[in-house]
Design a binder for this molecule. Structure first.
Ligand code: AMP
Ligand code: MN
Ligand code: MN
Ligand code: MN
Length: 279
């Protein structure tokens, strides 16, 4: 039977707008059969989601995932972990240290915005985040509320993107450490959205080689909003560097631009990442 996979999505436990339950309902409505929730540096949505799926015997397999922030040269590279053990205390503790860094960074973003005349940034972002792993997205929402920008794109371009007023260069863990953490928790490690780092092909190849050498397993090849040529190029890289191929919408909230499970087929010849955790 043809199955629809979507192995990258966010909930209110990081910077997504839907609760785990709302996200799962939406995935089922869109015909997704296998969904991974991959919140930033946080796995607390997963027990909630798993309980919901099993109590109601829903027709969906929920994969326990996470999206870990790493630093690589001057880039922030996101590494998705799939099929991780959410009960692993060591893994929980390790992700907690990432969220502490997020907290410190958020305070510093607040101070930088204040110097630029935008007050209460930290406090308001924190309110929007609640118990979630605080993210630049929470600042973005506040800045949009204040009218400093019209869109998420715009606010990152003006305030929160690399090198802008509210940008704090972060010292995340390195890629090899993220791969290790994911493997220690029994999962497989995948480079998230490789075409979105605003780097040249030469740098991207370097990144993929380093990731592979660090024991990395796969890379995302297919995303909903993507030129065919990009998808084909990512498939070529995956083959060239011996990486399994993953698919994911990186869904954060309903929008005309992206949707759970939409347009996520893999080009011919890719080795799907899920062959590593489905038997
Ligand atoms: P953080 O993990 O706190 O560094 O925030 C990164 C998050 O901000 C990403 O996961 C996206 O959800 C969001 N983001 C980053 N760049 C953009 C952009 N240009 N437009 C909209 N959202 C963005
Ligand atoms: Mn995000
Ligand atoms: Mn990401
Ligand atoms: Mn993501």
């Amino acid at each position: 039977m043809h199955q629809i996979y979507d192995l990258h999505s966010h909930t209110t436990h990081s910077d997504g707008n839907l609760t785990p339950i709302e996200l799962i309902d939406r995935a089922i409505e869109r015909g997704v059969n296998i969904l991974a929730i991959t919140d930033h540096d946080n796995i607390s949505a997963l027990p909630v989601g798993q309980e919901y799926v099993s109590n109601l015997q829903l027709p969906l397999t929920l994969i326990n995932g996470v999206e870990i922030s790493t630093s690589w040269t001057s880039f922030e590279i996101h590494i998705v972990g799939l099929n991780v053990d959410v009960n692993c205390e060591q893994f929980q503790q390790r992700l907690f240290t990432q969220r502490e860094k997020r907290e410190e960074r958020a305070q510093e973003i607040g101070r930088r915005l204040a110097k630029a005349g935008i007050v209460n940034g930290y406090e308001e972002a924190k309110k929007l985040a609640g118990d979630a792993a605080i993210s630049r997205t929470h600042f973005a929402k506040y800045l949009i509320q204040l009218g400093h920008a019209k869109s998420m794109q715009g606010v990152f371009k003006k305030y929160l993107g690399r090198g802008k007023t509210g940008y704090v260069p972060s010292q995340w863990i390195d890629i090899a450490t993220a791969v290790q953490w994911i493997h220690d928790a029994g999962g497989v490690a995948v480079v998230a959205h490789p075409a979105r780092y605003d780097m040249t092909a030469k740098w991207l190849r370097r990144l993929l080689i380093e990731f592979k050498n660090a024991g990395g397993d796969g890379m995302e090849v297919s995303q909903p909003q993507q030129a065919l040529s990009e998808r084909q190029q990512m498939a070529i890289y995956a083959k060239e560097y011996g990486l399994y191929a993953s698919v994911g919408s990186d869904f954060h909230y309903p929008s005309p631009w992206t949707e759970l499970g939409r347009n996520l087929y893999l080009p011919k010849g890719c080795e799907p990442i899920w062959t590593l955790f489905q038997h």
